[in-house]
Ligand binder design. Structure first.
Ligand SMILES: Nc1ncnc2c1ncn2[C@@H]1O[C@H](COP(=O)(O)OP(=O)(O)OP(=O)(O)O)[C@@H](O)[C@H]1O
Ligand SMILES: [Mg+2]
Length: 271
């Protein structure tokens, strides 16, 4: 399914956070990057229907405002950046809750099979009977991701899904999300700060800066030393990594104006 935002502005009260942003999520993986407070989470909330901006957000051409809530939650799953919960649930119950729109008066074999498989794949099976408040921060994040995946949505929106995970888990979880995105043919977007994760796993990268879409396109065209210096104020060395995808080595903060001297070519497709 294609989820597209056209010219959406968004303000919290009088604070304008998004400026007429237009972008499209299509089957495959899209990374949304940008500095703190750029508007990434706000954008994902608008795309999920949680916030209702002016302008239009359409799912396969149908405005979200014309979709019933249950149609929307069935098709679009959103994992917020702050996923903490006070609910007294076990890991198994929390992941099973992801199936809630499929559940009738009883849990089907399909539901238990899907939950069991996800718990296994995310290495959560051994803590399946533990309560959420007995888990580490990273384990809780894995449960939240598993719950999103259990929904089997057409569009999966994940806001910094790997922020609490150790280095290896970050790659394992992204590999799993990538595999499920491909095998289910779904459109997945994830907001991430780690540019190397974006580079390695995304088909497309969108850069949000001060509420605007700075540029977007394939990782090779977007993740350039010039873009990173301009947007993040950080000097990097970008070299071809796995499958020619950019491998970014951080050198340090840009120290002087001369480090930002006129660049021959800007990154990506300017919008
Ligand atoms: N509920 C809210 N009420 C008022 N202002 C908000 C609210 N949520 C976010 N903001 C403001 O909107 C701007 C964009 O915030 P947003 O959370 O979208 O940024 P972000 O790009 O996700 O940042 P981060 O990388 O830190 O998660 C910030 O200036 C923030 O202070
Ligand atoms: Mg955010």
């Amino acid at each position: 399914m294609i989820l597209e935002a056209s010219e959406i502005p968004f303000s919290y009260g009088t604070n304008r956070v998004l400026e007429d942003l237009t972008l499209q999520l299509q089957p495959g993986m899209t990374a949304i990057i940008g500095p703190n407070a750029a508007g990434k989470s706000t954008l994902l909330k608008c795309l999920s229907g949680l916030l209702r901006p002016e302008g239009e957000v359409r799912l396969d051409g149908v405005s979200l405002s014309n979709l019933k809530q249950d149609q929307l939650t069935r098709q679009v799953s959103f994992l917020p950046q702050d996923f903490s919960t006070t609910a007294v649930l076990t890991v198994y119950e929390a992941v099973l809750l992801g199936r809630v729109h499929q559940l009738g008066w009883r849990v089907s074999d399909d539901d238990t099979r899907i939950v069991d498989q996800l718990l296994e794949e995310m290495k959560l099976a051994e803590v399946a009977d533990r309560f959420l408040n007995e888990l580490s921060g990273g384990q809780r994040q894995l449960v939240a991701i598993a719950q999103s995946l259990a929904r089997e949505p057409e569009v999966l929106l994940l806001d910094e899904p790997t922020s609490n995970l150790d280095l290896r888990r970050q790659y394992e979880v992204c590999t799993l999300i990538r595999r499920l995105t491909d095998s289910r043919g779904i459109s997945t977007a994830l907001a991430v700060h780690d540019l190397n994760l974006a580079s390695r796993y995304a088909d497309w990268v969108y850069v949000i800066q001060e509420g605007r879409l700075r540029c977007g396109g394939e990782p090779q065209s977007v993740l350039t030393e010039a873009m990173i210096a301009d947007v993040y104020g950080v000097e990097t060395h970008v070299s071809p990594g796995q499958e020619g995808r950019p491998l970014i080595t951080v050198l340090g903060p840009v120290v002087s104006d001369s480090a930002q001297a006129p660049r021959e070519q800007d990154a990506g497709d300017d919008v």
